[in-house]
Design a protein around this ligand. Structure first.
Ligand SMILES: [Zn+2]
Length: 286
């Protein structure tokens, strides 16, 4: 089924609209199946409520479930917040069971958040990255770490790139996130969810994001392993972006969030530990 979904997604997107009835669900699902999700069931006979977590990604995820009306439970609770780390390729893992009073009358309500990655397995190392473009190519850095335009809170880098420029893995790892269906972009925060991207999990548990990629601009799929310097996709101008560029950032998972980390890069005759805005940088693969 997975192969079928990927086939539809890659080769036959037009089929989605033609055979809407049969193919609409697989096509929609294919875009989002990397995201962990919560499945809750409630029995109106017994009042049993069960929470399951599905994590079809290639790596661990962390989830938090908060009960919003725990007063309807048969037993009083010590906490309303529950935290879980779920291993990869989990179809359905039972994480919580409760019983509620008067199940015909009430539903247990909750909020939740799930993120890919595992804060307990991250230990940033001193790895030296290559620039995220092919060896020998040069690009201008237009915004650096904590840049005033849109990087106030992160160690992110913007490299000016014409649409369709080659993007390579700055460090090898496992592909854990791909979005390539967006055609939208513009200079306003309202476009921030429209960016196409690729996410790579590294051996030290950190995750690199390559953002604003072109529509259908990914050459990789979730679960693929890539090597440093491998061509992974093409740059674009999707999402919150005023001009075509590549936004590159490395994050480490922390409990229910991410924290960006500084990285060093191979330069021609040196290692760059701090990059400067409005300088050109040439990619070197050691
Ligand atoms: Zn940026």
């Amino acid at each position: 089924m997975k192969t079928l979904i990927l086939l539809f997604r890659r080769k036959l997107p037009w089929l989605c609209s033609i055979f809407l009835f049969y193919l609409f669900l697989p096509c929609t699902f294919a875009q989002e199946n990397w995201k962990p999700r919560i499945i809750a069931t409630q029995s109106n006979q017994t009042g049993e409520v069960s929470f399951y977590i599905q994590n079809l990604n290639a790596t661990d995820c962390q989830c938090e479930i908060t009960l919003l009306n725990s007063e309807i439970l048969t037993e009083p609770l010590i906490t309303k917040d529950y935290y879980f780390i779920i291993p990869p390729a989990t179809e359905r893992q039972l994480v919580l069971t409760f019983f509620i009073k008067e199940p015909q009358k009430y539903n247990l309500t909750y909020s939740h958040k799930c993120l890919v990655g595992n804060p307990e397995k991250v230990q940033p190392d001193n790895f030296v990255y290559m620039f995220p473009f092919p060896e020998g190519k040069k690009h201008l850095l237009t915004q650096g770490y904590f840049g005033r335009y849109s990087h106030q809170n992160e160690h992110a880098l913007d490299f000016k790139m014409r649409k369709g420029s080659e993007v390579v893995a700055a460090r090898g790892g496992l592909i854990i996130g791909v979005k390539e269906d967006s055609e939208k972009g513009g200079g306003s925060i309202e476009y921030s969810d429209d960016a196409n991207f690729i996410e790579i999990l590294h051996a030290d548990g950190t995750i690199a994001t390559y953002l604003h990629l072109n529509t259908k601009g990914s050459l990789v799929e979730i679960g693929d392993t890539v090597a440093q310097g491998q061509l992974i996709g093409y740059s674009g101008n999707t999402g919150w972006s005023t001009a075509p560029h590549l936004h590159f950032v490395v994050n480490k998972p922390i409990k229910m969030s991410f924290e960006s980390v500084a990285t060093t890069f191979y330069g021609k005759n040196q290692v760059h530990s701090k990059l400067r805005t409005w300088r050109w940088y040439q990619s070197i693969l050691r």
